[in-house]
Design a protein around this ligand. Structure first.
Ligand code: ATP
Length: 218
């Protein structure tokens, strides 16, 4: 069973901790603030009050025995960067760090973070897409230029095959999967597979092509 360390129990780190616990994983949660430590005492598998920039404290907690750490410190950039550096130095295979801006992202990359997340920016992008497209269910940015979206099939697609809809030729994006109303997943659908209103299409493509596709079915 994978074991995780979460450093910083603010809204983001707290949510990561609760979700990992609800998924059955063991989590060592750490915060320098005693109040946070008390709040998570009944939630996380182990909770410690410690300053994560203190190498000795990390060694004493045995952090090198863990697989994956999530550095969820936002305001104190120095603490976020030093913690990421220490965790990589102590041999953690995977460190996921939260960045608050692009410069922070670049520095985290330089000190060895394996994954860098931007929760506020990504939620903002997702919400903007959701409020401007009535069929869009979810939006995942794969790179600055490419995305994957989940779109609820509108009435105008009902009963048509992918061949007839001709989405790739018309909009340049591809339907990777269809989740039917009966919750059945059709992965890599065939040209003959039919779409029904309310099915969910998983579509991949460039942001421009996806925007044209969404607009085409408004
Ligand atoms: P949120 O996820 O709530 O948006 P945030 O981005 O504002 O959080 P902070 O409030 O700066 O982030 O930090 C989150 C948590 O990290 C806080 O509970 C804080 O006490 C803890 N923290 C900050 N620095 C350290 C450190 N050096 N060692 C351990 N915990 C720390």
């Amino acid at each position: 069973m994978k074991q995780f360390i979460v450093v910083g129990l603010g809204r983001f780190g707290g949510s990561v901790t609760k979700t990992l616990i609800s998924m059955g994983y063991e989590v060592l949660a750490m915060d320098k603030d005693q109040k946070k430590v008390q709040e998570f005492a009944a939630i996380a598998t182990h909770v410690f009050q410690a300053d994560s920039t203190d190498e000795q404290a990390l060694v004493e907690l045995g952090v090198s025995n863990f697989d994956h750490a999530i550095v969820a410190i936002g305001d104190d950039l120095q603490a976020s960067i030093l913690t990421t550096l220490q965790l990589k130095k102590l041999g953690l295979t995977t460190v996921t760090a939260k960045a608050v801006n692009e410069l922070h992202h670049k520095v985290l990359e330089k000190v060895g973070a394996d994954h860098i997340v931007h929760p506020e920016r990504d939620t903002g992008i997702r919400v903007a897409h959701q409020v401007t497209s009535k069929n869009l269910i979810d939006f995942i940015e794969l790179s600055p230029d490419y995305s994957l979206v989940e779109i609820s099939a509108p009435t105008s697609m009902h009963g048509q095959s992918l061949e007839t809809l001709n989405i790739r030729a018309r909009y340049g994006c591809s339907v990777m999967a269809i989740r039917t109303r009966a919750n059945e997943m059709i992965i890599s659908p065939n040209a003959q597979d039919q779409v029904h209103e309310g099915d969910i299409l998983v579509v991949i493509g460039s942001n421009d092509d996806i925007a044209r596709f969404e607009k085409g079915y408004e």
